[in-house]
Design a protein around this ligand. Sequence first.
Ligand SMILES: Nc1nc2c(ncn2[C@@H]2O[C@H](COP(=O)(O)OP(=O)(O)O)[C@@H](O)[C@H]2O)c(=O)[nH]1
Ligand SMILES: Nc1ccn([C@@H]2O[C@H](COP(=O)(O)OP(=O)(O)O)[C@@H](O)[C@H]2O)c(=O)n1
Length: 227
Amino acid sequence: MAKLFRAVIMGPPGSGKGTISERIAQRFGLTRLSSGDFVRENIAANTDAGVLAKTYIERGLLVPDHVMTRLLLPRLEEMTRHSWLMDGFPHTLAQAKALNSTCDLDLVISLNIPYETLKERLSERWIHPASGRVYNMGFNPPHVQGRDDISGEPLIQHDDDKPEALVARLRHYKDVAKPIIDLYKSKGILHTFSGTETDRIWPYINSLLSTKIPGTLQADTQCIPMP
Ligand SMILES: Nc1nc2c(ncn2[C@@H]2O[C@H](COP(=O)(O)OP(=O)(O)O)[C@@H](O)[C@H]2O)c(=O)[nH]1
Ligand SMILES: Nc1ccn([C@@H]2O[C@H](COP(=O)(O)OP(=O)(O)O)[C@@H](O)[C@H]2O)c(=O)n1
C-alpha cells in the first residue's frame, strides 16, 4: 500500500498558513490540522490547557511547549492512519523535537513574507470563530460586511491580531523559528516560499506537492504514540 504523507506549514502570523493549508487540503485531500484553532477550541471549552493557554495568547506570547504538546500530540495519535498537514505546530525547537519523536515528516513548507505585509494583512483579518473561516477586508472580503458568507453569523478579530499583541508575536517568530528551520533544512525536507501575495506563491506550492503526493494517501505507515 502507498505511504502516508505528513507535512507542516510554518511562517509568521499573517504569512498565509491558514489560507494556503486550506487550498492544499482541498486540492490534495489532506486533513488540515490547525494548532491555532485547536488552542482556541480548548479556550472556548475551558479545558485546563485552554485556560492556561489563554493567559499567554492574550499577551501575544507563545503558549509553553508542555501545554502545546499536551494539546497536539494526542490529536496526532488519533490520526495514525491519515495523511495530514499541520498548520502552526511546531512553533519552537522543543515542539519540533517532540513531533520528531512521534512521527516522520515528509515535507515542511516555510513561508517567508515581509514584515510590512504581515502587519497590513493582520490588521484586516476577520474570522468566523465557529468554522475557522478567515476573511481579509482587502484580499477576500465577506459578501456582507462583518458577516460569515455561509452562516451569516458575526465575524470577529482575534485578540492577538490587535496591534499591541501583534508586534510582540512578529518579533518572537524570527527568534524561535530559526533553529526549527535549520533542523528541517538539515533533514532535507524544507521548502521555502517568499513573496507578498498568496496567489503568486500558490502555483509553486501546488506543483511541488503534485510531485510529492500522488499515490501516497493510503495507510501503511503509522505515527508512533508518545510514551
Ligand atoms: N492582501 C492579502 N491578504 C492575504 C493574502 N493571503 C492571505 N491574506 C489574508 O491575510 C490574513 C492572514 O492570512 P492567514 O492565512 O490567516 O495567515 P496565518 O496567520 O499564517 O495562518 C488573512 O486575513 C488572509 O485572508 C494575500 O496574498 N494578500
Ligand atoms: N504551536 C503553537 C501554536 C499557536 N500558539 C499560540 O496560538 C496563537 C494563535 O495561533 P495561530 O496559528 O492562529 O496564529 P497565526 O500564526 O495564524 O496568527 C499564536 O499566536 C500563539 O500565541 C502557540 O503558542 N504555539
